[in-house]
Design a protein around this ligand. Structure first.
Ligand SMILES: *Cc1c(COP(=O)(O)O)cnc(C)c1O
Length: 342
């Protein structure tokens, strides 16, 4: 049966690499959203918990509930929380209305827009939000932003950091004036963290780097130390020896140039492995075997007779071929695929 192998040594290597850069293990927050970037939420959460990580970020309550027992702080980026959700689950807040659905004493993290113009409140509205948060007796646990320019060497990156620095000052001022505990501050994802020489925040939010990749579009030497954590494996369904000219698969798109023994393997686009129709060039497995287009929902054909093959152990090549990023290749992997830690 096909499966995803999770290499725990590679994962530890990546966390060690990040910690050596930020110089404080306690500042390492891990992003586990979208099934831990397709790696398996429970599997990665258990490795992260063993490593000593205390703060993690997930997509929503559904994900948070699965791992709440493993961490001190879990923040759900989206959706609402049920009143009976464990108290170590915080909710990210982007609007005043969202506060109406939060019950007393619940921890929240307020997102501030610093130039990505995606999520977050306008900095000018900070005082209004904090007033409402206090009047509703909510716990303002964090103030954060998402610097959307971490991958690019452009001034917008520093400008966003400057706006966040001003935001911090304002929050610190308000906390003294109004007498609420100073919240934690965080702003940097993977590339943004690894390009910053000094981390002024209380926490970083590391996603893709922990899984072995980085999206930086400029030279960042530390990227070379990261190792892909997931590899996708497929098992042989059957094999057949066919003559030159034989057509294979839907519509007969692949035609053998010479007689060959081919096998089918149990991974297809239904498993979240991108559909290969041949229009984007040649696709090979990690071992160099040619994957024959057109791939099916649950299997593909390959000029190979091995019992088990590694479809990929690095999502970068497939991402490049499909004009996307490793994030998409990885998060597309079906949650129904088995994940095994090795
Ligand atoms: C996904 C996400 C991250 C992690 O980003 P990476 O580039 O994977 O490190 C951090 N913060 C927020 C708000 C996110 O949505």
């Amino acid at each position: 049966m096909s499966e995803i192998l999770i290499n725990k040594k590679a994962f530890k290597n990546n966390l060690d690499t990040i910690v050596s850069h930020i110089k404080d293990k306690n500042k390492l927050g891990l992003v586990l959203k979208d099934n831990a970037y397709g790696h398996g939420l429970e599997q990665i959460a258990s490795l992260a918990s063993d490593y000593g990580i205390q703060s993690v970020f997930v997509k929503n309550e559904f994900e948070a509930l699965k791992i709440a027992h493993l961490f001190k702080h879990i923040t759900a980026f989206y959706g609402k929380l049920s009143p009976n959700a464990p108290k170590n689950i915080s909710l990210s807040i982007n609007t005043l209305q969202a506060l109406d659905h939060v019950e007393e004493n619940r921890s929240i993290e307020l997102e501030v827009n610093t130039g990505m113009n995606r999520n977050g409140i306008a900095r000018e509205k900070l005082a209004v939000f904090i007033e409402k948060i206090l009047s509703k007796k909510l716990n303002l646990f964090g103030i954060f932003t998402h610097n959307g320019y971490g991958d690019e060497k452009i001034a917008d990156f520093e400008e966003a950091q400057e706006i966040f620095a001003q935001t911090k000052e304002e929050v610190i001022y308000l906390s003294k004036k109004l007498g609420f505990p100073c919240p934690r501050f965080h702003s940097l994802a993977s590339s943004a963290t690894l390009r910053s020489e000094k981390i002024d925040d209380d926490l970083v939010r590391i996603g893709i780097a922990a899984y072995g990749y980085l999206g930086n579009t400029f030279e960042l030497p530390i990227a070379k130390n990261l190792k892909p954590v997931a590899s996708l494996w497929a098992d042989k369904i059957c094999e057949q020896t066919l003559p030159k000219g034989a057509k294979i698969g839907y519509g007969g798109k692949s035609i053998l140039q010479e007689s060959a023994t081919i096998s089918t393997y149990d991974i297809g686009y239904g498993d979240g492995f991108f559909r290969h129709n041949g229009n984007r060039g040649k696709l090979t497995t990690a071992g160099g075997y040619l994957i024959l287009p057109i791939t099916s929902m649950d299997c593909f054909s390959c000029i190979c007779t091995e019992e088990r093959i590694c479809v990929f152990d690095d999502a970068s090549d497939i991402a490049a071929m499909f004009d996307t990023i490793p994030y998409e290749v990885l998060t597309s992997l079906s949650p129904f695929l088995k994940r095994t830690i090795i």
